[in-house]
Each structure stands twice: as C-alpha cells, then as structure tokens.
Design a protein around this ligand. Structure first.
Ligand SMILES: Cc1ncc(COP(=O)(O)O)c(C=O)c1O
Length: 374
C-alpha cells in the first residue's frame, strides 16, 4: 500500500472485547441494572488491583472528584489545584462550596509545582490536589510531606493514571482519596464511570453515602447526597476490562519507548520526562514543540502530521485559569509555565491498538515535518 492510501491513525481507539460485550449483554438480560453484584465485584477487584482497602464506584470521574471534595472539606475552604488539568479538577472544588487556588506546573512532568503551591497557601487552605497528568505520577512523597507540614488533606486526580506506579506502589493506594475516570479514551473505560479509592474506613463510608443520596437504608438520609451511581452494565464491562489492564498498559509503555527512542533525536521536540521511580502509564504521549528551534508552531506541526495521516490531540489548549468561567470566578491570573505549555503541547497516538507499522509512520511523519523546515 502506498503511504497516501494507508488508513488514518487516530489519536485514540475505543474497542470493547467480545468478552466485555458479552458481560454487558448478560447484565441487560438479567434485568438487574443498578447497584448490584457487578458493581460490588468491580469495586472489590479494583481495590485489590491498586492495593487500596476500599473502592467506591461512581457515575463519572467528575462525580468521583465532587464526592471526594465533599467528603473531605468544609465549605469555604481553599484548595490548591494545578491549573493545567481537565476543567473538572477545579470546577468540582467550586461545586463543593470551596475555592480552587490555581497553581502552576513543573515544565518537565506537567504536574503540580510545589514551590508555586507554597506561595499560594492562605490561612484557609485545607487541601491539595495532585493530578497524575497523562499517566505520569506527581511527586507523591513530596506532596504528602507538604500536606503534612501544612495540615492539608490530599486528593489525587488519577483519571488518566490507571496502571501508573510510584516507587513500587500503584498510585491508587496513597492517602487520602484517589479519583479515577472510565471515559472511553482512558486506559480503562466503560462509557461514563469513575472510582474513588482510599484506605480510610470513615472516608470510604462518607463517599458511599454521598454517592447515593446519603441513604443508609431505604428512605433514611442522615446526610444529603447525589445520585452518582455506576450502572451494572458499566461495572460488568469494567470488571472484565480489569483483566486486560496490565497488558494494555504494557503495550502503551512499549509504544511510548519506541516513539521516545526516535523522537528524542529531534531538536525542538521534548519527549515525555519520566522521573525516577515512576512507571508512567501513557494515557497520553505528549511532546512539547519548541517553535523557535523548529521554525513552525505546534498547530503547524499538527497540520503537517494530519496531512500525513497521523491524528494528534492538544491536552490542553487553555489552562483552567484562562477559561472564561474561571476568569469570572477568580479574576485574571498569569501562570507562565502552564500558559507556555498550553501553546506547545501536542499528543501523538500511543494507544494499544497501534501496530509497528503505525509507530514507524508516526515517527517518520514527525521527522519529515521537522526536517522540512529545519
Ligand atoms: C484529569 C482528569 N480529571 C477528571 C476528568 C473527568 O472525568 P469524567 O470525564 O469521567 O467525568 C478527566 C476526564 O477527562 C480527566 O482527564
């Protein structure tokens, strides 16, 4: 096949296995559609896989964050949140009645910059949020130490980090609360869905109550809550998909290693940086494009790749503090590292369905696009 006729390589590919489809169909046939044995089994198995005591399934990653913040925080608290993340990391702080204090990021890992966070502490700061962005891990030990020093609770946004490990442990096993998403492009996906993991019995109970109308028994509501329950169909898919999570993450790591070996040779391209002790799970493989060295911008590079049949993504084109909704809430702010990264970042395909030929084509397309201008 000539290059021109080869199929387009998408940035993500969502494929359920036959076993997952069969598991979902069996639930539909059973008529037990919500909060039943599939959800319980998925929670139990998920907790085992990440090495946490409890797992609480929710209807989305956004719902998981909302519940986690409400379980930990009194309204009116300030919460340190990296500005370079999905909007929900910060918007759910707002909907928990608290104020997100947006912080800048480290230019190499794209995760929270603790020095910047320290400068933004207020007498009202009660929590800090670490986002394991793209499947890289935050400096967990440093964040926990910082939290202890300043009396803060910790929420981890692991929506993109199923399978990420830090110093030999899964990121889902760290205190206080860890939130996952199972949106279709994620390393583990069910449709819409989420999970909270924790080792704290009391917090787990509070999360369970908040997830389901604060209900202890039918029509008994000692606290107020939401309907953030996962469906049984999604739980059945998730339970099955856990069986192939390791394999899918292993393939992502192999694909990333292939890309890094070739692309790190190119001036003007920064390949993902993985700190020592971190096993990245590559939800995204995101490079930084230096327009001065390359003679072309990130968007021009993306267009050149598209023309060669390679899909790309931009995560994220705007940091949270530059979103109009947050500018209205918090006023105008300047967080220079995040703003620079937002202009330069570009995600390349890394998903497990890529073939060796796809990987070759991605690298060749980047090399051509870079050399054309260099
Ligand atoms: C870092 C991060 N946090 C939170 C979320 C929200 O998850 P969901 O889409 O399942 O609500 C996402 C999803 O894209 C995410 O990437």
């Amino acid at each position: 096949m000539t290059e021109a006729r080869k199929p387009f390589i998408p940035i993500a590919r969502v494929e359920l296995s036959d076993a997952e489809i069969e598991a979902a169909a069996a639930v539909l046939r059973s008529g037990r559609l919500v909060q039943g044995p599939q959800t319980e089994a998925f929670e139990r198995r998920f907790a085992e896989v990440v090495g946490a005591k409890h797992a609480i399934a929710t209807s989305s990653g956004t719902a998981a964050l909302h519940v986690a913040y409400m379980a930990l925080l009194e309204p009116g608290s300030d919460v340190l949140v990296p500005t370079f993340s999905h909007i929900s990391t910060a918007s759910m702080v707002h909907f928990a009645g608290c104020r997100p204090v947006l912080c800048d990021i480290d230019p190499r890992t794209f995760t929270l910059d603790l020095d910047d966070a320290e400068r933004r502490l207020t007498p009202n700061t009660r929590a800090i949020v670490g986002v394991h962005l793209f499947g890289n891990a935050c400096a967990i030990d440093e964040v926990l130490k910082f939290a202890r020093a300043h009396g803060l609770r910790v929420v981890w946004d692991a929506a993109q980090a199923h399978g990420t490990r830090y110093r030999g442990r899964d990121v889902g096993s760290f205190p206080d609360l860890v939130c996952y998403s199972f949106y279709p492009t994620k390393n583990l996906f069910v449709g819409e869905g989420g999970m909270i993991t924790t080792n704290d019995d009391e917090l787990a109970e509070r999360c369970r109550l908040l997830r389901s109308h604060g209900q202890t028994r039918k029509y008994e509501h000692p606290v107020l809550g939401f309907n953030y329950r996962l469906t049984e169909v999604e739980a059945a898919i998730g339970l099955k998909q856990l069986e192939r999570l390791d394999e899918r993450v292993r393939r992502r790591r192999e694909n990333a290693a292939f890309l890094t070996e070739r692309l790190s040779q190119l001036d003007g391209i920064q390949t993902p940086y993985v700190p020592e002790g971190v096993e990245h799970s590559y939800h995204q493989y995101s490079i930084l494009v230096d327009p001065e060295t390359l003679g072309r911008t990130r968007d021009e590079l993306a267009r050149a790749l598209h023309e060669q049949g390679v899909g790309t993504g931009v995560h994220y084109p705007r940091p949270i503090h530059k979103q109009p909704a947050f500018e209205r809430l918090l006023g105008e702010q300047h967080l220079p590292v995040s703003e620079r990264v937002a202009e330069r970042i570009l995600s390349l395909p890394v998903h497990p369905a890529l073939t060796r030929d796809d990987l070759e084509r991605i690298c060749t397309a980047v090399e051509r696009a870079v050399h054309l201008r260099a």
